[in-house]
Design a protein around this ligand. Structure first.
Ligand code: SAM
Ligand code: SF4
Length: 420
């Protein structure tokens, strides 16, 4: 049997696209293997920050060495390192056999686009609803690599979700760089609230999630839909990036810190118990200590459930890289990064600590190092032990240990061996 290997870094979108590629390879008769044994290797790359790009370049170097020993291996590169100048990429990486853009498909798969590829059934799956991004935040490379926004019609998404549910999926996460602008390019201009309303009625589907939202596009209609629809989880990812209006302006985010705070208040009013996550960039060009403090203040006040924080990394081709000097020294960026991480660790200790001795419901997604794991509707990661096969089950877990990053608990007895 021929063997394939896919190496993936980056966002959920990359992970979802790799899953689809893997399923298609299996349909074509390939089986999964490690890189040393594979006949076909796909690298799914990310260049959102220099650190990610460096990892991709290291991987490519390792593949160059592997191709010297086993020249017959077919090597393909996809993800955001692949831009429209494939001719230049070919010169730079002559040992790579195929290049295909993120969200595109390699011609040998004989399908028209990546979204027509199947996904392995599993309890929790990702479904892309909108590709690309029209926002052009000044620091971000994504719109240059993933192109303009293209929404999939509601009927097509509903059909795929029904099929996934029939094959065992219980939770679906809808993906897009900016899911709030879903539908603006479709006839009749449906929006994300309409899509969620349609999917909420699918029999057998237990949970719906979606990411990522853009604060400037999040509507009251959407917030009310999340509050109303029983399958839609109380969890919203809402990247703020900075708490300073001046920096937000330079970032071209299209909202002020005050508007963002107002949005959070509206969300918390309408959706009790909602879990919120955000993204922060520290050390953006010209970010002063005072402007950084405004970000810290916003984080201390808001108390997000999760924060993804990164140091600004100039990306060639973006407005920020062209127009602003990367003038915050690396040690200062690292200090700011550490400050946010420490603050957030304290906040997560407090938020997760409140769940001690509580019983939560999780969908069990798999097993690692002998422990089953799953997530609550609010996206808390929970581990527990059981000799039963709990895969795909909705289970009640009593929490007996908490940490800032995850929870540990015990399955309520009535659901495990006694039931079987
Ligand atoms: N579309 C989402 C949004 O509006 O924030 C997220 C997409 S972006 C690929 C994921 C995160 O990477 C961003 O939220 C941002 O915090 C971070 N990011 C993007 N470009 C960056 C850069 N040049 N330097 C540091 N972090 C960056
Ligand atoms: Fe990048 Fe901004 Fe688009 Fe997010 S919304 S992908 S940060 S350009």
């Amino acid at each position: 049997m021929p063997k394939y290997h896919i190496w993936t870094i980056g966002c959920q979108m990359n992970k979802a696209e790799s899953e689809r590629l893997g399923s298609r390879f299996e349909e074509l008769g390939y089986e999964t293997a490690n890189a040393a044994e594979a006949d076909l290797i796909v690298l799914n790359s990310c260049v959102v920050r220099q650190s990610a790009e460096n990892r991709v370049l290291n991987k490519l170097n390792a593949m160059k060495a592997l191709k010297k020993v086993r020249p017959e291996v077919m090597l393909a590169l996809t993800g955001c390192l692949v831009n429209s100048r494939v001719d230049l990429l070919r010169k730079r990486f002559p040992y790579v056999d195929h290049f295909f853009k993120p969200g595109d498909y390699p011609p040998w798969l004989e399908k028209t686009d990546i979204l027509s590829l199947p996904i392995h059934p599993s309890p929790a799956v990702y479904v892309t609803i909108i590709q690309g991004c029209d926002n052009f935040c000044s620091y971000c490379i994504v719109p240059y690599r993933r192109g303009r926004e293209r929404s999939r019609p509601i009927t097509e998404i509903a059909c795929e979700v029904r099929d996934l549910v029939n094959r065992g999926a219980e939770e679906v996460t809808l993906l897009g760089q900016n899911v709030d602008s879903y539908g603006h390019d479709l006839p009749d201009r449906p929006d994300l609230a309409d899509l969620l309303t349609e999917l909420n009625d699918i029999d057998g589907l237990a949970r719906l999630r979606f990411l990522t939202n853009h604060p400037k596009d999040m509507s009251l209609k959407l917030i009310e839909a999340i509050a109303r629809l029983d399958r839609v989880c109380e969890q919203i990812s809402l990247p703020v990036q900075s708490g300073s209006d001046d920096i937000l302006k330079l970032m071209k985010r299209g909202y002020t810190a005050e508007q963002y705070r107002h949005l959070i208040t509206q969300i918390r009013d309408k959706i009790p118990g909602v879990a919120l996550s955000t993204d922060i960039i520290v050390g953006f060009p010209s970010e002063s200590a005072g402007q950084f403090q405004q970000t810290v203040n916003l984080l201390s006040e808001t108390k997000f459930d999760t924060v993804h924080v990164a140091a600004y990394s100039p990306r060639t081709g973006t407005l920020a890289a062209r127009e602003f000097e990367d003038n915050i020294p690396l040690p200062e960026k690292k200090e700011r990064l550490k400050e946010v991480e420490q603050l957030q660790e304290g906040i997560q200790t407090e938020i997760n600590g409140r769940l001690l001795d509580e019983t939560v419901e999780i969908l069990v997604e798999g097993k690692v190092r002998g422990k089953w794991y799953g997530r609550t509707r609010t996206d808390k990661l929970v581990f527990f032990g059981s000799d039963d096969n709990c895969h795909g089950r909705m289970m009640k877990i009593r929490i007996d240990k908490t940490s800032p990053w995850s929870l540990q608990g015990t399955a309520e007895l009535s659901q495990t061996s006694q039931e079987e």
